[in-house]
Design a protein around this ligand. Structure first.
Ligand code: ACO
Length: 181
């Protein structure tokens, strides 16, 4: 088969079924259909898709990876205590990564790395944005290695943050602060 040729583009309404399907396949948590609607319509959510242009017709634009995120007001976020405020400029924001995923056959090619780097590049270009943060379940070593490699800082361990099949799991809170935050 061909060498993958990975492109990144915004997520659009045509991605709806595939996006839902991948979330269902790779996350232990259930996301509501309202969430997917907001993602594909870009309502309060920013997102990027990875596709492999080298795949045959009909698949060359099919989602193989994605990242979804939303804006949060820094002072209303759970890391408001970690931000040094400069209120003269206006309302400071953070970008919160909601979901990140790459389908199994495309893992270990640096796609997640590119998706997260893209979020950082985008968010760091916004004047009032102070950083990017996310939660990750404590046993997810591949994801934790990725965030460490990208220079995110683990600032908290949240006891029993996730409830999956009646079992509680801890989460780590990772933050990537922009200049001086
Ligand atoms: N050649 C060889 N190895 C490479 C290459 C390359 N060209 N590029 C990257 N790698 C290595 C990396 O160094 C890394 O190595 P490591 O395992 O030693 O840390 C490994 O491949 C993975 O890095 P990426 O390729 O950037 O990541 P990938 O695209 O495989 O996606 C992810 C990682 C998203 C965690 C994936 O495993 C996944 O979808 N898991 C299930 C869902 C999930 O856990 N999502 C994150 C939850 S947290 C949240 O959503 C906020």
């Amino acid at each position: 088969s061909c060498r993958p040729s990975i492109y990144y583009r915004p997520i659009n309404p045509n991605d709806l079924d595939r996006l839902e399907r991948i979330h269902r396949d790779i996350f232990p948590i259930k996301y509501e259909s309202e969430f997917f609607q907001s993602v594909v319509n870009g309502v309060g959510i920013v997102s990027w898709a990875a596709v492999d242009r080298s795949r045959p017709d009909g698949y060359s634009d099919e989602l193989i990876g994605f990242v979804t995120a939303k804006f949060v007001l820094a002072k209303e976020s759970e890391i408001d205590d970690l931000i040094g405020y400069d209120s003269s400029q206006g309302e400071e924001t953070l970008v919160y990564i909601l979901t990140l995923g790459v389908v199994e056959t495309y893992r270990n090619h640096g796609i997640a790395m590119s998706l997260i780097s893209g979020v950082i590049r985008y968010a760091s270009g916004l004047s009032l944005c102070r950083g990017v943060y996310l939660h990750v379940i404590a046993y997810n070593n591949p994801a934790i290695r990725l965030y460490n490699r990208l220079m995110f800082r683990c600032v908290r361990r949240l006891n029993g943050f996730y409830l999956i099949k009646r079992q509680h799991f801890d989460a780590f809170l990772f933050v990537y602060f922009f200049n001086g935050s």
